[in-house]
Design a protein around this ligand. Structure first.
Ligand SMILES: Nc1ncnc2c1ncn2[C@@H]1O[C@H](COP(=O)(O)OP(=O)(O)OP(=O)(O)O)[C@@H](O)[C@H]1O
Ligand SMILES: [Mg+2]
Length: 165
């Protein structure tokens, strides 16, 4: 499924619509170049899940883990400063991936071998100064169901989706 965004606020809105369908244990892996809009999208996810930031945690490898509190805890992990995949081992990411909260990871392509087998992948690309393509790829049954729920939901997604495969 590919969504086309024409503004930062539209990207946040897409994130919010998807965030409403997230559940405990879900993992969202974001990929896309510098300034693509990953953080904007995650801002939307937190709004959709209904959480507020409670803490910034900076690890020795400078990976930022933003913790949000709400009915379901939400963790935003930003791996931009991670130099080597093996540096991620000390972060104890499994606790997030296989825990009770929702986890969204920026620069997820830096830890490909550590990612869980099932997740929602979000690839964001520049298509212009203010425009982006946001590709959603479901890996595993839970996320295929999530995509189906998005498609049949009333949030207007169907009209916004211009490509589907
Ligand atoms: N359609 C759009 N969607 C999202 N962001 C947009 C869009 N158009 C312009 N922008 C701008 O692009 C930038 C995206 O920043 P953001 O921090 O979300 O990117 P990022 O992918 O998280 O980057 P980084 O890799 O540095 O963390 C913002 O300055 C935003 O205003
Ligand atoms: Mg970012």
């Amino acid at each position: 499924m590919i969504l086309y965004s024409k503004s930062p606020s539209e990207t946040i809105r897409f994130g919010k619509q998807i965030g409403r369908f997230l559940q405990r244990g879900d993992v969202v892996a974001l990929m896309g170049e510098l300034g693509a809009g990953k953080t904007q999208f995650i801002k939307g996810l937190t709004q959709g899940v209904g959480v507020r930031r409670s803490a910034y945690v900076s690890s020795p490898s400078f990976t930022l883990i933003n913790e949000y509190k709400g009915k379901i805890p939400f963790y935003h992990i930003d791996l931009y400063r991670l130099e080597e995949e093996k540096d991620a081992e000390e972060l104890g990411l499994e606790e997030y991936f296989y825990g009770e909260g929702i986890t969204a990871i920026e620069w997820a392509d830096r830890i490909l071998s550590l990612l869980p087998g099932e997740l929602l992948r979000v690839n964001i690309h520049y298509t212009g100064k203010q425009t982006r393509s946001i590709e959603l790829v479901a890996k595993g049954k839970r996320y295929e169901e999530l995509m189906n729920r998005l498609r049949i939901s009333d949030c207007g997604f169907r009209n916004l989706v211009t490509s589907d495969y």
